[in-house]
Design a protein around this ligand. Sequence first.
Ligand code: MN
Length: 306
Amino acid sequence: MTTSITNNVSDSININVNVKIDVNRPRSVEFLHEGVDTQDGAGVKLTRVLTENLQQRLDPYLMLDNFKSENPDDYIAGFPSHPHRGFETITYMIEGRMRHKDSAGNEGLLENGGVQWMTAASGVIHSEIPEQEDGAMEGFQLWLNLPAKDKMNDPWYKDFQSADLPHFTTNSGVAVTVIAGESNGVKGAVTREVTEPTYLDIHLPAGTSFSHNIPATHNAFVFVYRGGASIEGQRVPIKTMAILSNDDDSDGVTLTAGDEATRVILVTGRPLNEPIVQYGPFVMNSQREIIQAVNDFQNGRFGEGT
Ligand code: MN
């Protein structure tokens, strides 16, 4: 069980003298991307922010979906029983309740501010069904690739309630939840050795700034879901993704909120530089492995459905 960490940046410096929070050579925005409105599951309306054409550019990330609606017709059908193989899914529920069941015997209720981290690896069949008939449903699902050597490992799964997630508040009042990786000396709920994912939810009061160190070789993007931000003078409007440039000598990013309270997610990771072959819910390294995945699924080798 993780414990919640609440402290501010000064405390973090005191507990870890090696922490380096200064960003001297911040990344700029390479380009903005709006994503496409689509449907998935049994008809859930969502915006696919990280689309398939960006998989190489944002390696090791494969997909980011943003769902947000107050109309139950947009989400009520959920995502009935379906398989995954070869990667990890990270679902972050901003508001709403969703029940998860899978073929490995896991079941959990994901709600307001909680995270579900599922490593599908060699294969799971799961369902993701809203446990509400009205009200708002808002959140993100991010797909993180696995290195070739780990794609056929056993599946893994963990739910984190909002209070279990490490978070900190800076002196200027910026509140940060560290879902994965590390920021300003605060370790996240999940770490991964090969892809080194960092996943932050950052709430900036109007006019404030926040800096975070990023290794120059890692790919990184920001998505604004409230207010509006700017990065090195480039305005990033709401519902927009900013792909950050990979400058050889850069050491991080500095985000600044506009004249209203702003919320963004910041996602970074070390690229795998391996072939990416996707067929729907299967992401492997070759066509042969995709055929094997389909064959294994059809022959019941992913376990029982949900
Ligand atoms: Mn799924």
